[in-house]
Design a protein. Sequence first.
Length: 134
Amino acid sequence: MIGRLNHVAIAVPDLEAASATYRGLLGAEVSKPVPMPAHGVTTVFVTLPNTKIELLHPLGDASPIAGFLAKNPSGGIHHVCYEVEDILAARDALKAAGLRVLGDGEPRIGAHDKPVLFLHPKDLYGTLVELEQA
Ligand code: CO
């Protein structure tokens, strides 16, 4: 069912410093910060030859990653994103198998203008998993 790894998201306490590290020290292609108010994050996209890394920083008062950074003040891997061909079919199959879909269970438009869903980390080995319709 799942296809390619679309991205790994890393929550960072300082977006400018993390961008400079990835661009300068690690020599990667790094975007400008992109505010995403609907998701409560500012994102920097790091493009690698085979996948992407997304650096996330809280935006606004109700950011979904504020609590994560409070628990992981130096930052950490926040989620991984797998591509699926049909997000509703994937959701229904996983729900039928007992996995929990976060939020109201309906796909939202994610950072790449494609529908996404998040699956409960306790159902997938302690890892928050995002599904994105490819
Ligand atoms: Co993501």
